[in-house]
Design a protein around this ligand. Sequence first.
Ligand SMILES: [Zn+2]
Length: 314
Amino acid sequence: MERVIAVDLGGTNVRVALVSEITGELIKKIVALTKTGGSSPLLIADDITEKIRQLTTPQELKEIRGIGISSAGPLDLRKGVLLNPPNISFPSVPLVQPIREALDLPVYLINDCRAGVLGETCFGAGKGCENVVYITISTGIGGGAVINGKLLLGRDGNATEIGHFFVDTRYGIRCGCGNYGHWEGYASGKNIPLFFRQWCDSEAHTDVAFDGSTSESIFAAAKNHDPLALQFIEALGEINGRGISNVIVAYNPELIILDGAVVQYNQNYIVPYLKKNIDHYLTVPEIVVSTLNGLAPLLGASVVARGWHCLKSQ
Ligand SMILES: [Zn+2]
């Protein structure tokens, strides 16, 4: 049986798993806190190498076909490095080369959202589909697209940075990237409270009867039938509907798979509201919520471990 190592490197946790290439079964898995700080840019690569050695016997390691790493961006896929990672004080953190040299195995790196769409098309709701967009709404908004059966990467692997689609002129909110009106600036978990404040100001709502300082508290108020929170959920649905409409005209998918904490914990307050705000210029695809329990990027890393769909590392 062919097996691969999959790594999902996040800002908080790193997951390392031995995975069956055919079925996507996680044979064994380690979850640990992502290394931060330290005096060497090799800190993260060394930690992943050590975890792979902990996870596998020498015999298992010998039989492994490759290692796939999915990581939050920005990344330089050709050089196999993380660029300006938030929790480590080096502008460039090499991953691919040191792990490849330490373990003498092929190592492939991919952005976590691009990994997500591969996980879904191989093992999740996208199985058997040729045109799929995977959208994650969590701290940020990201996406991955398989179109005509091929993963879209673009020049630098950033072809589906959909969180920076333009969606609004009304509220003038600035995105973390510095530009105004971007989807992520309004509808990501981190920015929903900001949009809520701006929406209250613009609509002259001064009668807020709940704590609106976190997205959780806003959704909790909506679940308690607070009329103002429900009105805001409508406004959020308009923004998400415009984001999804952009996705539809950009990629013409047959299936859109939604994932990420904001969607997973608040499905009834996100999905129907965005659906009713979608433009009907093109055929509206089926829209579903991921059922892979947050494992789509890790499973996608197991797919790239076979050497598929990657820009060639130098
Ligand atoms: Zn932006």
